[in-house]
Design a protein around this ligand. Structure first.
Ligand SMILES: C[S@@+](CC[C@H](N)C(=O)[O-])C[C@H]1O[C@@H](n2cnc3c(N)ncnc32)[C@H](O)[C@@H]1O
Length: 255
């Protein structure tokens, strides 16, 4: 995703994010991430999230970590600033941003979907290496990996107290199994507080890579890497989660 072709979801619809995908839906996965960070880097205090969106992971992680949140979308950062006023917010691209700081942990959650090529992933991993201390931990939570990808249709959205609300339908499928991407077609219904309803739709193209590809990329970038399946009570298969611990040599090379 380039800043020039920001999806409506993260553009003019960004203020609706808390109703579209409420913060409480992120509690379980955020707890899983915190558990993985604790296990891999006990004592971790600082966490950088790349592609942090509306801060719906951060709201659950901020009691345990000092959070720095990077996202491409000014509108999503604005939503996150309201929810997480104590966190540091930075507008930037996860492939290129350089803060000149190191952290105990780096998290990239569903924003990983927008990395479409091996070059995008390599650039993200270079960003992670540049921002981790030796022995720091990287947690990657892509929505899908190739081995377990299934076509899916889901819907959601909620209402605000003033009578406004939003609903979405998301239809994800793989038009060309020979390439490294899938598409999600989104349809939105937005109701403003005066009762008027407007509809719109858009397509998101998302990367789809295999588990061994992810592990190979992580190892190549200097991480001791592993994969696990994160189980939640949600009505969907557990997501494959990648954990990388940065070797001391790699961190020193970058420093
Ligand atoms: C599904 S939303 C993330 C929601 C987030 N998990 C939360 O807790 O609210 C995906 C986000 O990825 C961001 N994004 C996409 N490509 C990016 C990139 N190259 N660098 C930084 N952010 C990116 C979008 O702006 C969007 O806010």
């Amino acid at each position: 995703m380039d800043s020039l072709d920001t999806p409506r979801m993260y553009g003019d619809l960004a203020p609706w994010w808390p109703l579209l995908s409420p913060p409480e839906d992120y509690a379980e996965e955020a707890a899983m991430v915190a558990g993985l960070v604790r296990a891999a880097a006990p004592g971790a205090r600082t966490l950088l999230e790349l592609g942090s969106g509306g801060g719906h992971n951060a709201v659950h992680l901020r009691t345990a970590y000092e959070m720095t949140l990077v996202d491409l979308s000014p509108g999503m950062l604005e939503v996150s600033r309201r929810l997480n006023p104590g966190a540091e917010h930075v507008e930037g691209d996860m492939r290129t941003v350089r803060l000149g700081l190191t952290f105990d942990a780096v998290l990239v959650h569903d924003a990983l979907d927008y990395l479409l090529t091996a070059e995008d992933v390599a650039a993200l991993l270079a960003t992670a290496v540049a921002h981790l201390r030796p022995g720091g931990v990287l947690v990657l939570v892509p929505d899908h990996v190739r081995e377990t990808f299934e076509e899916d249709t889901e819907h959601g959205g909620t209402d605000a107290a003033d009578g406004s609300g939003i609903r979405y339908l998301a239809w994800t499928y793989d038009p060309d199994p020979d390439d490294d991407s899938v598409v999600t077609q989104f349809a939105y219904l937005v109701r403003t507080a005066d009762g008027r309803v407007a509809s719109s739709a858009e397509t998101h193209r998302c990367g789809l890579f295999g588990q061994q590809q992810w592990l190979g990329w992580l190892t190549g970038a200097g991480f001791e890497a592993s994969a696990l399946v994160g189980q939640t009570d949600e009505d969907r298969p557990g997501r494959t989660v990648f954990v990388g611990v940065l070797s001391a040599g790699e961190a020193a090379d970058q420093g």
